[in-house]
Design a protein around this ligand. Structure first.
Ligand code: AMP
Length: 480
């Protein structure tokens, strides 16, 4: 989901991307409670706000708030979300626009009835569509691109919600895994490239019936004992209502372009994403990294949590002992107040603490998933060295990140991407490592078993699978 800037406001397009998780449940008497659990498992996909909408067959109820899932959904709140149908969303925004009005699900009443929607991804033509809709009289309540979809649905001449949705889906471009809730049905849809994941599952109810579930990642199914049954296919729309389930392609699928960064960093390692186990691909990235970029050393140390699976692979392949020599404090909340002047450069120490006796005098291979701006890596390399490491060799389990993502991953502008502006040697000097090496693109594609070119690697290649309309001001500013 992307934040749209006001037509008058010039915010670089590539500053506006958001990461999200979606979940939907059809046919369970405690639908909202289970969506709550699903969102709890998807919390890593967005920590800014969360929301749940439910339907009792007549009315759609909706609760959205800033903050974490477990804090927002108290038993009282969940009691006010009745019905057997429910959808939920967890959102992380980057553009500084953390307004509640952009939290999802968005819910409206229109000629097609009451509808709520939750979106994971980023619409690349939303700015143009919004300008056209506004010129035509539409009044927007949020700055989110997802609202464009609702306006397109409301304006469609089709009489049914499914028909109107089909109409809307054919006009939007970019990345979208969408879940819709109407009074008596759930409709989900995925963009024809399949950028963002959307898994499907079933949950057995005691009386021989079963409920149907959808989620960004299968770790959400595990928590509620749902069984994974497959993927919503790129270009597919699934409708589930009183008459049963129908699956149809609302458009012909385009060249598949699954986001490889889901496997590199974003998804939880215990999930299947695009039908593939994330832990396995990450471990393979580490193994291939060890084969490509070996170095003599005493210990392999992951940057927790993002580097753990790749470090396990690196250690297994290189036969160098794996040591958890950086310990993460998982309980750092946003409410923590940093004593401003007392201790400088506090940030990373709040999250990570080095284990001195594992590092002292050692040649260390530090494994992380990615370098974006380079500032975190520099702090960690310094931290490991000041804990007594003799050498620090940084190994990154993906290629250099050289291009922003327009399909829903939070990457900074070109200007801030260290690998877009510096050679590997220069990055090595910046992060103060004794050596630095990245996984090759071919190896990354091997690690995710991408034999037929079904993944998007645009952040590593700059080759985008769809036409990206970047307004010249933004591009010029990004390049400055
Ligand atoms: P930096 O190089 O200082 O910008 O930060 C790199 C760190 O941020 C790595 O350890 C990654 O695990 C993490 N990271 C990379 N991409 C993202 C993202 N899209 N959202 C949040 N964290 C990320």
């Amino acid at each position: 989901m992307q934040n749209l800037f006001d037509a008058s406001e010039e915010v670089p397009f590539d500053k506006l991307h958001e990461e999200c998780g979606v979940f939907a449940m059809y046919g369970h008497p405690e639908a909202a409670n289970l969506v709550y659990l699903g969102l709890y498992a998807l919390q890593h996909r967005g920590q800014e706000s969360a929301g749940i909408a439910s339907s009792d067959g007549r009315i759609i109820y909706c609760h959205r708030k800033m903050g974490h899932v477990a804090d927002i959904f108290t038993p009282d709140v969940l009691n006010q979300l009745p019905g057997k149908l429910s959808i939920g969303h967890t959102r992380y925004s980057t553009a500084g626009d953390t307004a509640l009005r952009n939290a999802q699900p968005l819910s409206v009443a229109c000629s097609k009835g009451q509808v709520a929607v939750a979106h994971n991804g980023n619409l690349t033509n939303a700015v143009e569509l919004r300008r056209e809709l506004e010129a035509d009289g539409s009044i927007f309540q949020s700055t989110s691109d997802t609202e464009v979809v609702l306006h397109l649905v409301a304006r469609s001449r089709e009489r049914t919600l499914a028909g109107a949705l089909r109409d809307a889906l054919l006009q939007i471009e970019g990345a979208f895994s969408l879940v819709f809730l109407a009074e008596d049905r759930i409709i989900v849809a995925r963009d024809p490239h399949g950028f963002r994941p959307l898994a499907m599952g079933r949950l057995q109810l005691g009386d021989g019936k079963e409920a149907t579930v959808f989620a960004s990642e299968t770790c959400a199914f595990d928590l509620i004992n749902a069984e994974y049954t497959g993927e919503v296919e790129p270009g597919e729309m699934v409708i589930i209502g009183p008459e049963g389930m129908t699956r149809e392609f609302y458009t012909k699928p385009e060249k598949t372009a699954h986001c490889v960064f889901e496997h590199v960093y974003f998804a939880r390692p215990d999930s299947l994403v695009f039908g593939k186990p994330v832990a396995e691909s990450r471990e393979m990235m580490g193994r291939l990294l060890a084969r490509e970029h070996p170095v003599e050393a005493d210990v392999v140390v992951p940057v927790p949590d993002s580097g753990v699976a790749a470090a396990i692979g690196y250690a297994a392949e290189s036969r160098i002992p794996y040591k958890q020599a950086l310990i993460r404090n998982h309980y750092v909340g946003r409410t923590f107040i940093e004593p401003s002047q007392a201790i400088r450069d506090f940030g990373v120490k709040l999250k990570l603490n080095p284990v001195r006796h594992l590092l002292e005098g050692k040649r260390v291979i530090l494994v992380d998933d990615s370098i974006v701006r380079g500032t975190t890596s520099r702090k960690i390399v310094r931290m490991v060295r000041s804990a007594g490491a003799r050498e620090v060799h940084l190994r990154i389990s993906c290629p250099p990140t050289i291009s922003p993502c327009y399909y829903g991953v939070d990457t900074p502008s070109l200007r801030e991407l260290i690998a877009a502006n510096n050679s590997i040697q220069e990055i090595q000097e910046f992060v103060e490592a004794d050596s630095l090496a990245y996984l090759a693109l071919d190896s990354l594609s091997d690690a995710v078993h991408d034999r037929s070119g079904k993944f998007c690697y645009a952040c590593y290649t700059g080759h985008y699978p769809t036409l990206i309309q970047i307004d010249e001001n933004s591009l010029e500013r990004a390049l400055r």
